[in-house]
Structures are given as structure tokens and as C-alpha cells.
Design a protein around this ligand. Structure first.
Ligand code: HDD
Length: 749
């Protein structure tokens, strides 16, 4: 072999060598990503001992080197390079937090396609049903800093990284399908206005302040999005119970080079469910990590959350056939006009091993697409494509793609070189293209057709700072959204707006917002203005068109089948409780995949009326009703008396009632509800001779009923089986009739 050819071969081999691992199997890939750093516990168990960063075994990292005598403490020595390394390394542990979406949590999983779409896209990940594509998902709030609370009213980020065989594909989406602004240039303004006010840095993680609402009024284009953020969508029960949306309009490009416009939509198997506002407020203090904990808990318990992956598609020639611009990110594509086609599903099945290198260092870029997927002229998306790459460079450095969590799983090679924290050692003599060895050629050069190619677009227009004409309409879909809400969702929105605007101190802000709300819906504006002050509008400049659309209300996403899987159920016990009922209810709910917790006045052994004591999982002061989906009060003569005299136990159950949760009681525990909890408007099973189960406003009781066998939740429960009636009530998530019929207002909790 000639020396030139030899060098060419070497160069190609080394390029291949340096290319990352190519793995199709999810588990292997997930493990592979993690294999790059050692498992501390294994390392400790083996003969490995602690060393400095450069590998020198250390004697002690608990004492700084200093001068001591048997009598006195002497000077501390700066010469101690081992302590200096430990402290200085620590001083630089933090990297800048994300300017938005700073607080988040992530998990690994996989994507599986069931319906190939060759007519739309040539992307391997959207055509090859035999593949299991590894994914990493990071959920987040937008406004709060890294240490803020999970349950605040906010949009939730839903960012996905697909490690495909053709490169990484990122969809950096949200749980709300539209955005506040139409043009990326406005992003710093909307975020500055929403973040804490600059003079006092208040409030954290809230839009309830003057600057935010001032911005909203001055930008009518935000009207649709703020309606979504004032709805229950902005206070999800769990990341696992949220829809996800790519929001922007992307394109799919097929092998023939034809393009279609597309939006990406994910629907959770568990349904779309929310907290109630009072609960979200309390949880922010009681358990700021509520959503993070929920995701980790579910995955640990093998309740892997699953979503259907759907696309909405518009043909190139239909682009202008709608009364909105399909490239305007403040608009949805209503599903009655453009139905969702589900083509696959994804599952999250592995928690991260270490938060920082995975969840914190993951870097998403909307510009990361793979062959067969492209962008559109959506002006928000175009700006995002610039912004994310730029932000990752300042957050993580120019070599952020070399970090294990960001690395592609397919071979990669190019002549990008050097930069801070470069981890690649490239072999060979050339670092440019073209080169005399023809090393690392372009696909164009070799004639291969599977490379990323832009759609060949014919563009005619004036260079101007303006949008296409249909971008000027801002209210049709804001009205459509409100009209599509169910009565209880409308009531929640009125409450949310009344809360937020009442936190505005400048009258001009809330007065103007009343006018703006009147342009969306007069009755909404009136009910809010009554609460927050300002003039109550009598007329509106714009009539509500009265139209609604399907699948906007989250009540239309109850979940695939009724289930209580991963729902948290508190079983309240006190000394003297009935062990047999406790054991039976716990077993029945565990068998259906629910998580049961024994909660008592103290976290200690609790003695039943007869039989061995049970260890309480927690006590009433530490774990509050907000942290559970349902409450069961265990029967027992003595325990009922104790609980009836315990103010916290009473408040617990009344609070669960106020938060619309299923409540269950059997035997004499029913008298706790009747005499101590005093739940208004509820019918209880008070006939001590009857074995009937009574369900009233989500409160399920039976004085003489058995726990019964809990088999399936797919049908309405029979009246005599307590456990299935109670489970069914839990599976409905919340009893909204309680607030619609005015019961919640009557109770202090
Ligand atoms: Fe953004 C982060 C979602 C508009 C600039 N954005 C970020 C994250 C999500 C979104 C989920 C967190 C990613 C992660 O978990 O690391 N952003 C959206 C959506 C938008 C949107 C759905 C509208 C359709 N964003 C948007 C615009 C710009 C940015 C218009 C700038 C022009 N976004 C950023 C950013 C962030 C970011 C500053 C902060 C941290 C990061 O990128 O990695 O570049």
C-alpha cells in the first residue's frame, strides 16, 4: 500500500474510532451513556481508594494541613495542595443556571414507532418500526430559579432528545400548544416582564405582578397563551399527566424532496390532570419538589409513564387555506380541522443516576433535527434556532456536544476542533476539508443521498420588519379556548385571573386587563373585575364568536382506561384501629398499582385493637393531605375517638374534601366524618345494619360493608363493593361537582 493510501486509511480508521458507539438497543445505550463515569459505590467497595483529581492516593481529606502541638492549635498551611484542590474545585461547582426553564427534572426512556410515514418523511426514526430509539426528557417550569418550587402556576417545559441512528433530534416543547409571542425578537422582553421585577427581585416564579400583566396588555398577541396559563394546564398534578407540544410549525420532507407542515403532539396514557390552586400554593411550601419526587417515585415503582406521539399535518398547497397563519406560534391547529395522527409512543423508564451531568448538563437545541425533518418560516422558531445553540455555548462551552448526555449514539466526525474542555484526541494529519487524502468527505462528494438536506424553497418578498397579514388577528382562538372550557375549568380560570390581577398594585394594569378580558369574554371580565377592583365592564368592543373546538378542555383527556396506578392513598390510623380492614384495604389498592401510606398522629408503631402493631409511614404534621390523591379513614372505636379530637386529623380530611379528592371510610370511621369532619352536603352510609356502600360527591362510605375484592376499574362499581367504589372515585381524579354545587365554599380547610 502506498504511504498516501496508508495515511488515508489510518485517517479514516481513526475518524471511525473516535466516532461514538452505535447502539440500537435502548438499555445498552442508556447504560453506555452512563458507563462513562464510575459508580462511586462500586469503586469504594473495590480496592479503589480516594485520590486527587489527578489520581494521587490521599491520606485524609477531613483535615487541612496545619501546625499543631500537644498544647495548642497553630497556623493553617496554604501549602496544602490537596485541601486547596478540594475547596477550589468546589468553588467552581456551579455553572450558570438556564436563563429560563432553570428548574427541571429529567428521565431516560425510549421511543417506538408503530406507523411509518414514508409519504411524509424520510427520517429513519419515523419509518423504521423495528427500532427502539433512546430518549431523554427534561420537564421544567419556565420562570423560577433552580431552587424554586415545582407546583407554581407556570408553563411546563417538555423537552425531548431522541438519540437516533442518524443523529440527535431535539423537540424543545411545552405542555401548552401555543406561545406568548409571535417573533423571537420579543423573547427577552416577555421573559424580563415575567421574571421578578428588577428593583426588588419579587416575585419568584409567579406571573402575579404588574410587569407581567402590563406586557400582556401591551401585546394583544399574548391573549391566547395567557388564557392557557390561567387554566388548570398551568398547575399539573404530575409531569406524567401532561400533554406535550412541539408548539412551532416544523416540516417533514420525504425521499422525493416534498414537504408537509407538521406539529408534534404527545398525549399521556394517564390522562391530563391538574392540582387545584389552593393545593398548588400549599404544596409549593410543603413539598417544593412535588413533581420531581412524583416522577422519580413512579419510575422507581415501575409505573413507567407513557405518551402517544402524534402529528398534525398540513399539505404545502393548503398553507393559506385557514383563517389563521399556520406559521404563527400563538395559534393552535384545531383538531377538528387538522386531526392528530398517532404514529408511535414513548415511555420513561429510568431515573437519572446523577442530576448534574444528566439533567443539568443536557443541552437541547431546536436546530437539532435529522434528515427528513425540517423547519418552517415560523418567525419564533427561526429565532429559537439561533438562541439555543448560543445559550449552550455560554452555559456549557463550545464542546457541549461531547458531554455524555448530549453525545450522539451514531458515528460523528467533522473538522470542528479545539475549544475549552475538548475531550477528543483526533488522530491523523488533517483538520480541514477538502484534503489530499479525501478524509471525512461530504455526502455530496460521495454521492450519498441520506444526508440532511434543506427543502428547496422558492422565496419572493420584501425585506421588512413585519409579519404576514394573518399574524395580526389575536382574539379568535383566545375566545375559542375559553368557550371550549367545561364549567369548572371556567370557574378555575376566573379564580386564577382574580388571584393574579389582585397582586398587581398599579391600577392602570388591572383596569386595562379588565378591558382586555372583555374582548375575550364579557362575563369572564365582569367576574374578575368584581374581585380585583376597577370598573366592571358593561360592554365589549369585540363579541365572543361563541365557537368552541374539541380536545382543548383537559376533561377530554381522562386517560386511556380508569386506573389508580401510582396514585398516592393515605390510610389514616390511630391506636385502636381495625387491623383486618387496614390490611385488606392496603392489599386491595397495592394490587391495583396504587401507593398506600399509613399516616398516624405519630411516626411510630401504632397499636391496633388486636394484633401486631403497624409502623406508620409518616405523621399527620409532616405529610399533609396535599401530598395524596385520596384518603381512607380506617375504622376502630378507640382510633375514631382519638382522631375526632385531633384538630390536624380533622383539618386533613376537610382539606382533602376542599381539594376535591376521594375520601373513604368504613365502620365507625363514618362517624368521624359525620361528627368531626362535618363535610357539607354529603350523604353518608349511616345505617349500621346495612352492608350498602354510599358514594356521594366522591365520599365513599359503608357502615357495615366489606372492603371487598378490587378486580378491575373498567366498569362502574357495584354498590356493595367498597374497594371498587372507592377506587373508581379515585380514578376520576377529582370530584368537580363538589365545587360546582357550592359545597367547597362552605367549608374552611
Ligand atoms: Fe425556549 C429553554 C421551550 C421559545 C430561548 N425553552 C427552553 C426549554 C424549553 C423551552 C422546554 C428548556 C429546555 C431544557 O430543559 O433544557 N421555548 C420553549 C418553547 C418556546 C420557546 C416551547 C416557544 C415555542 N425559547 C423561546 C424563544 C427563545 C427561547 C423564542 C429565544 C429567542 N429557551 C431559550 C433559551 C433556553 C430555553 C434561552 C434557556 C436554556 C436553554 O435554552 O437551554 O435558549
Amino acid at each position: 500500500m502506498s504511504s498516501t493510501l496508508q495515511r488515508l486509511q489510518e485517517s479514516l480508521n481513526s475518524a471511525k474510532e473516535s466516532a461514538s458507539h452505535k447502539i440500537n438497543d435502548v438499555t445498552t445505550t442508556n447504560n453506555k451513556i452512563l458507563d462513562m463515569w464510575p459508580n462511586t459505590f462500586d469503586a469504594m467497595k473495590s480496592s479503589n481508594r480516594m485520590t486527587t483529581d489527578h489520581g494521587v492516593k490521599v491520606q485524609d481529606t477531613d483535615h487541612w494541613l496545619q501546625v499543631v502541638s500537644d498544647k495548642q492549635q497553630g497556623p493553617f498551611l496554604l501549602e496544602d495542595q490537596i485541601s486547596r484542590e478540594k475547596i477550589m474545585r468546589f468553588d467552581h461547582e456551579r455553572i450558570p443556571e438556564r436563563v429560563v426553564h432553570a428548574r427541571g427534572t429529567g428521565a431516560h426512556g425510549y421511543f417506538k414507532l408503530h406507523t411509518p410515514i414514508p409519504e411524509l418523511s424520510s427520517a429513519g426514526v419515523l419509518n423504521d418500526t423495528s427500532r427502539t430509539t433512546p430518549i431523554f426528557v427534561r420537564f421544567s417550569t419556565v420562570l423560577g430559579s433552580r431552587g424554586s418550587a415545582d407546583t407554581v402556576r407556570d408553563v411546563r417545559g417538555f423537552a425531548m432528545k431522541f438519540y437516533t441512528d442518524e443523529g440527535n433530534w431535539d423537540i424543545v416543547g411545552n405542555n401548552i400548544p401555543v406561545f406568548f409571542i409571535q417573533d423571537a425578537i420579543k423573547f427577552p422582553d416577555v421573559i424580563h416582564a415575567a421574571k421578578p421585577e428588577p428593583h426588588v427581585e419579587i416575585p419568584q416564579a409567579q406571573t402575579a405582578h404588574d410587569n407581567f400583566w402590563d406586557f400582556q396588555y401591551l401585546h394583544p398577541e399574548t391573549s391566547h397563551m395567557f388564557m392557557w396559563t390561567m387554566s388548570d394546564r398551568a398547575i399539573p398534578r404530575s409531569y406524567r399527566m401532561m400533554q406535550g407540544f412541539g408548539v412551532n410549525t416544523f416540516t417533514l420532507i420525504n425521499a422525493q424532496g416534498e414537504r408537509h407542515f407538521v406539529k408534534f403532539t404527545y398525549t399521556p396514557e394517564l390522562g391530563v390532570h391538574s392540582l387545584v390552586w389552593d393545593e398548588a400554593l400549599k404544596l409549593a411550601g410543603q413539598d417544593p419538589d412535588f413533581h420531581r419526587r412524583d416522577l422519580i417515585e413512579a419510575i422507581t415503582n415501575r409505573c413507567y409513564p407513557k405518551w402517544r406521539f402524534g402529528i398534525q399535518v398540513i399539505k404545502e398547497e393548503d398553507q393559506h387555506n385557514f383563517d389563521f397563519d399556520i406559521l404563527d406560534a400563538t395559534k393552535i391547529w384545531p383538531e377538528d380541522l387538522i386531526p392528530v395522527r398517532n404514529i408511535g409512543e414513548f415511555v420513561l423508564n429510568r431515573n437519572v443516576d446523577e442530576f448534574f451531568p444528566e439533567t443539568e448538563q443536557v443541552a437541547f437545541c431546536t436546530s437539532h433535527v435529522v434528515p427528513g425533518i425540517g423547519f418552517s418560516d415560523d418567525p419564533l422558531l427561526q429565532g429559537r434556532n439561533f438562541s439555543y445553540f448560543d445559550t449552550q455555548i455560554s452555559r456549557l462551552g463550545v464542546n457541549f456536544a461531547q458531554l455524555p448526555i448530549n453525545k450522539p449514539v451514531c458515528p460523528f466526525m467533522n473538522f470542528n476542533r479545539d475549544g475549552a474542555q475538548n475531550h477528543h484526541i483526533h488522530k491523523g494529519t488533517v483538520n480541514y476539508w477538502p484534503n489530499r487524502f479525501e478524509a471525512t468527505p461530504h455526502a455530496k462528494h460521495t454521492g450519498e443521498t441520506d444526508a440532511y438536506r434543506e427543502f428547496r424553497q422558492n422565496i419572493v418578498g420584501m425585506k421588512e420588519r413585519m409579519h404576514a397579514p394573518k399574524f395580526k388577528e389575536h382574539f379568535n382562538q383566545a375566545q375559542l379556548f375559553y368557550n371550549s372550557m367545561s364549567p369548572h375549568e371556567k370557574m378555575h380560570m376566573q379564580g386564577a385571573l382574580a388571584f393574579e390581577l389582585a397582586r398587581c398594585e398599579d391600577p392602570i394594569v388591572y383596569k386595562r386587563m379588565s378591558e382586555r378580558l372583555a374582548e375575550i369574554d364579557l362575563s369572564l371580565a365582569q367576574s374578575v373585575a368584581k374581585m380585583v377592583g376597577g370598573d366592571i365592564p358593561e360592554t365589549s368592543q369585540r363579541k365572543n364568536h361563541g365557537k368552541s373546538a374539541p380536545r382543548i378542555s383537559q376533561t377530554e383527556f381522562p386517560g386511556d382506561t380508569p386506573t389508580i396506578v401510582s396514585r398516592r392513598i393515605a390510610i389514616i390510623i390511630a391506636d385502636g384501629f381495625e387491623l383486618a380492614t387496614f390490611t385488606a384495604i392496603r392489599a386491595a389498592f397495592k394490587a391495583q398499582g396504587a401507593l398506600t401510606f399509613a399516616i398516624a398522629p405519630r411516626r411510630h408503631l401504632i397499636n391496633p385493637a388486636s394484633g401486631p402493631a403497624v409502623m406508620a409511614d409518616n405523621h399527620l404534621e409532616s405529610m399533609r393531605s396535599t401530598m395524596f390523591d385520596a384518603v381512607f379513614i380506617c375504622p376502630g372505636t378507640q382510633s375514631t375517638l382519638t382522631l375526632s379530637e385531633n384538630g390536624r386529623a380533622i383539618q386533613w380530611v376537610r382539606e382533602a374534601f376542599g381539594h376535591l379528592k376521594a375520601i373513604g371510610a368504613l365502620g365507625d370511621a363514618v362517624s368521624f366524618l359525620q361528627e368531626a369532619a362535618l363535610l357539607p352536603g354529603v350523604t353518608l352510609a349511616l345505617d349500621k345494619t346495612s352492608s350498602k356502600v354510599v358514594t356521594s360527591y366522591g365520599v365513599v362510605t359503608g357502615w357495615n360493608a366489606d372492603v371487598g375484592v378490587l378486580k378491575s376499574l373498567s366498569i362502574e362499581p357495584s354498590e356493595t363493593a367498597f374497594s371498587s367504589a372507592f377506587a373508581y372515585a379515585i380514578s376520576k381524579h377529582r370530584c368537580y361537582e363538589r365545587e360546582m354545587d357550592g359545597l367547597v365554599k362552605k367549608i374552611a380547610f
